[in-house]
Design a protein around this ligand. Structure first.
Ligand code: ADP
Length: 485
């Protein structure tokens, strides 16, 4: 059945271990129940015997008289019931002595068991209290013995009555034997039921494992059917499916990314190649050669730019870029960058208006926040119409600052809005020089905002302009180290 190697794997299987735990637990419970039930049973029968002895003792008092220190049994000899009672007492285990332990009457059963030593009798008489104990006859049969005091007139006598325990012991033994003989059968049943239940409970897990095994990079769209049981397994399936969702997305992104990169690099490479070929075939003078090389160099520079930006972005996104967390005043930061913004604004014939509170302090990395501002403001300038205006403003909202960069430029079509934060994404069909933007700026912006536990959203209308709204957690206003900016 199971191979030599399969055995350890089988014993390690969850199903096997669950079954074994069931069996062990049930067996322990059965043993405990058996033992305590047996205890109850033996206690009950022992009490029953003691009660009977108590009754018999009463009967002795009723029927026994002492005449000159000799026992005389008084009863109606015509009454078969009374005769039977007295016979039962006298033929059972019965001993009667005087207070010194001199035997006055003893049954043969009692003699077989052995008469009580005198000291014992004297001690019971002195204690003046009945005593109950268990004795054995030479065959090992057990008796419950009740020793007590019988008073007749001024004299006191010792009476001991006994009843065999063997009936009740036999019942106990039978019970024990029957119970523990049936137990293995119970264990087999439990093992079978446990195996079946464990199998049923684990079936969805095995199904999941099989389904997961079938997933490869070519069918990442595969999802597991939820069992509909609304339990931990359903939760597991849902978690698994959502993990697959994210995996698929990442896979898709990576694929898209490599396609994009090759695309982006191919264009400038083709251009360089064109330039160089033309130069080879047509250039005559040193100036012509120089010009071709210069143009080629510009394209090489663009390629380097792309590669550098990509490298940084992937470093950032894979968490290799350590961010500082210091208070940074965005108002001061904007002022520091103002010159750079003005230069660009002049080139695009745009004006810049800042409506910032005196202090807009957030906690974060100065270099990255600078990059965030630069990217947003430069985009706003780049995509404005000549004569347009770019406005920077900020307002506190709860525990955050809302920083807004607004322009009255071309705006972004609704279809493009969801994608503008993707790498290399650029809105198509625009008249400006497509070589200028890499389509990576907003990817950086998105990452920086995320790394600062902030949010970004865009409102835009084509032909009217765009608003980029960045929400960042407010930094410790009390910390003045931002002054260094
Ligand atoms: P790029 O380097 O091309 O500007 P970005 O990632 O910064 O790349 O922006 C992606 C695209 O989003 C841009 O190509 C542009 O079409 C659009 N965009 C970004 N900011 C604005 C804006 N303020 N107004 C209009 N379009 C914008």
């Amino acid at each position: 059945m199971l191979g030599h190697r399969a055995w350890p794997a089988f014993t390690r299987s969850l199903r096997f271990r669950l079954t074994v735990s069931y069996v062990v637990l049930f067996t322990l419970a059965l043993v405990a129940i058996g033992i305590s039930f047996r205890g109850l049973l033996s206690g009950a029968s022992r009490r029953q015997i003691e009660l009977t002895l108590e009754e018999e003792f009463g009967e002795v008092k009723g029927f026994l008289r002492m005449e000159r220190n000799r026992p005389v049994w008084f009863y109606d000899r015509q009454d078969p019931d009374e005769a039977a009672i007295v016979a039962r007492i006298r033929n059972g285990a019965f001993l009667l002595t005087d207070s010194q332990g001199q035997v006055l009457e003893s049954s043969s059963l009692y003699r077989r068991m052995g008469l009580e030593p005198q000291v014992e009798i004297v001690s019971v008489m002195q204690a003046n209290r009945p005593r109950i104990r268990v004795r054995q006859d030479p065959d090992g049969d057990e008796y419950v013995i009740r020793e007590g005091i019988f008073v007749d007139g001024p004299n006191r006598y010792f009476v001991s009555l006994g009843r065999s325990l063997s009936d009740s012991n036999q019942i106990l033994a039978q019970f024990t034997r029957g119970y523990f003989l049936l137990m293995p059968l119970g264990m087999v049943l439990i093992a079978w039921a446990g195996w079946w239940f464990a199998g049923r409970a684990l079936a969805p897990v095995i199904e999941m494992a099989n389904a997961a095994r079938a997933i490869s990079s070519s069918n990442l769209a595969l999802r597991l059917a939820p069992p509909g049981s609304n339990d931990e397994l359903q939760n597991l399936v849902a978690t698994f499916n959502s993990m697959m969702e994210r995996l698929e997305q990442s896979f898709h992104q990576v694929r898209q990314f490599s396609t994009d990169v090759s695309h982006e690099l191919r264009t400038p490479l083709t251009v360089i190649r064109g330039h160089l070929e033309v130069a080879l075939m047509t250039a005559k003078t040193a100036e012509q050669y120089q010009e071709s090389i210069l143009t080629a160099l510009q394209d090489v520079e663009r390629i380097s730019q792309i590669v550098r930006a990509l490298l940084q972005l992937s470093q950032a996104e894979s968490g290799q870029l350590a961010l500082q967390h210091v208070p940074v005043d965005l108002t001061l930061l904007t002022e520091a960058l103002r010159e750079q913004f003005d230069l660009a604004a002049e080139e695009y014939q745009v004006s810049i208006e800042t409506r910032l509170p005196p202090k807009v302090i957030v906690r974060g990395d100065r270099v990255q926040l600078e990059r965030l501002l630069t990217n947003l403001v430069m985009n706003a300038i780049k995509y404005s119409y000549a004569g347009g205006r770019v406005t920077l403003s900020a307002r506190p909202v709860d525990t955050h600052w809302e920083f807004v960069v607004e322009d009255r430029g071309q705006g972004i079509p609704a279809v493009d809005l969801p994608h503008i934060f993707d790498r290399f994404y650029r809105v198509r069909g625009r008249e400006w020089d497509p070589e200028k933007g890499l389509g990576l700026g907003l990817s950086f912006v998105a990452w920086i905002v995320k790394a600062h536990e902030g949010q970004i959203r865009v409102e835009s209308t084509v032909g009217q302009g765009s608003r980029f709204i960045v929400t960042l957690p407010r930094g410790g206003e009390g910390l003045e180290s931002s002054n260094e900016l």
